[in-house]
Design a protein around this ligand. Structure first.
Ligand code: DX5
Ligand code: ZN
Length: 208
């Protein structure tokens, strides 16, 4: 699956952009939420997710890069997040937040910074429908792919098959037609600058 990150879209025309990526074959719209604390950047929040939900033909895959996500997950689910992913480093009790997301009716996801060992999230996989491997330091679009993160995908793939889990593996950061090949064990490919920087349908097809 392909999930273009609307972080690289034209923010003055988000309705047009989300409809355009859907028409171009995108499976999900990836929405990057940043709070200026967990990452050194500010992007968008609950009102934008709510507005997008009204017009998006495809599911919203919301990536929370915020501290204390437990304070906001209910509002994000209410606003229309289909998948809601939290960072393992962002809260004292990720398991409780993941259960909270599921009980609210959304699909829970876990992710980690490049510097965080993959072992830190393995016990959480049974609580998730999505696990996201960051292949850049979270915070900005348009950065270079970190090849040293690929090994995490293999570890997750074997854990998921060993324990027969239903978790999808997603990869995010510096993804283009070349780097996507290196991540062939993943299920979902997030791409921001690559998709929005060229013909959307062509970019999405090349990732597939
Ligand atoms: C980075 C975000 C990514 C970002 C990807 O913190 O999580 O989703 O938008 O952008 P590209 O594909 O340009 O690396
Ligand atoms: Zn993201």
């Amino acid at each position: 699956m392909v999930a273009p990150s609307i972080l690289s879209a034209d923010f003055a025309n988000l309705e047009k952009e989300v409809k355009a990526i859907a028409a171009a074959g995108a499976d999900w719209a990836h929405v990057d939420v940043m709070d200026g604390h967990f990452v050194p950047n500010l992007t968008i929040g609950i009102p934008v997710v709510k507005a997008l939900k009204k017009v998006s033909p495809i599911p919203l895959d919301v990536h929370l890069m915020i501290t204390e996500p437990e304070k906001y997950v209910a509002d994000f689910v209410k606003a229309g997040a289909d998948y809601l992913t939290i960072h393992v480093e962002s809260t004292k009790d990720p398991a409780t937040v993941l259960r909270q997301i599921t009980s609210l009716g959304a699909k829970a996801g876990i992710t980690l910074r490049p510097g965080t060992p993959v072992e830190s999230i393995l016990p959480l996989l049974p609580l998730c429908e999505l696990v996201l491997v960051m292949t850049v330091e979270p915070g900005f679009g348009g950065q270079s792919f970190m090849a040293d993160q690929i090994a995490k995908i293999s570890v997750l793939r074997s854990e998921i098959s060993k324990k027969n889990l239903k978790c999808l593996i997603e990869v995010d950061g510096g993804i283009n037609a070349e780097t996507a090949k290196l991540c062939h064990e993943a299920d979902v490919f997030v791409a921001g600058s690559y998709v929005f920087g060229k013909d959307y349908a062509q970019a999405i097809a090349s990732l597939r």
